[in-house]
Design a protein around this ligand. Structure first.
Ligand SMILES: O=C(O)c1cc(=O)[nH]c(=O)n1[C@@H]1O[C@H](COP(=O)(O)O)[C@@H](O)[C@H]1O
Length: 241
């Protein structure tokens, strides 16, 4: 297995309990993927579960999508940094001042404890479940999804964050606007033949990597598969080709 490629796969641990998440982690043992802890798991298993993953040697993306007034986001970012995660996210729709406050919260935590390392801060542009109709008619933003994504990516870059969450379809436009070192984290990954579910803007793992994304986020195509280890290995194989 190519460990560098496997490290670009983020497995979404969307489970209702730590016990269920541990079952998957056991089955994926030895695969050096990133683990993503989202709201469902964090709201029940909390910081202890994040520490457990770090103790097991995983890189951790804490996906809590903060979106609040700058002072609150700054405090949240400080607490998250003290958990020792490798990446966390905010919503770019919170604005540049809010995103700068997240950066400030990290800086504050690092100043308080020199043993901490700086996590990557990533902003969600437009959720991968959002299609053009939803964007225009419900969210109230005119134009194409790609235009909205690039707009938010530019604001994220201005705020000094490390990258964005978007669909793999928008990677090239983001890299053109913000540079190749600006990270893209792309959910909306669907291997051939897997169910689309609630995702709107999707690509296969291989196609996402070929378009230059830094990380792919995969949940149900692994977690809902009868053989999750085989599913993860197939995805890594496809990413490697
Ligand atoms: O921030 C995220 O991780 C995220 C942003 C986004 O725009 N779309 C999106 O699907 N996600 C997350 O990525 C994962 C995708 O899961 P699956 O659709 O099951 O592969 C879920 O944990 C989502 O919460």
């Amino acid at each position: 297995m190519n460990n560098n490629i496997a490290g670009r796969l983020m497995v979404a641990l969307d489970y209702p309990s730590a016990e269920e998440a541990r079952l998957l982690i056991d089955r994926l043992q030895g695969i050096p993927c990133y683990m993503k802890v989202g709201m469902q798991l964090f709201y029940t298993a909390g910081p202890d579960f994040v520490r457990e993953l770090k103790h097991k040697g995983y890189s951790v993306f804490l996906d809590l999508k903060m979106h609040d007034i700058p002072n609150t986001v700054k405090g949240g970012a400080n607490s998250i940094t003290r958990l020792g995660v490798d990446m966390f996210n905010v919503h770019a729709a919170g604005g540049v001042q809010m995103m700068k406050a997240a950066r400030e919260g990290v800086r504050e935590a690092l100043a308080q404890d020199a043993s901490l390392t700086s996590p990557l801060i990533i902003a969600v542009t437009q959720l991968t479940s959002t299609d053009k109709q939803t964007l225009n008619e419900e969210i109230g933003i005119p134009g194409t999804v790609e235009e909205a994504v690039v707009h938010y990516a530019r604001r994220t870059f201005e705020a000094g964050l490390d990258g964005v969450v978007a669909s793999p379809l928008e990677v090239q436009a983001i890299k053109d606007a913000c540079g190749t070192s600006f990270k893209t984290v792309t959910p909306g990954i669907r291997p051939q033949g897997s169910a689309q579910g609630d995702q709107s803007r999707t690509l296969t793992p291989g196609e996402a990597i070929r378009r230059g994304t830094d990380f792919i986020v995969v949940g149900r195509p692994i977690t809902a598969n009868a053989d999750p280890r085989r599913a993860a290995e197939q995805i890594i194989e496809e990413m490697t080709l």
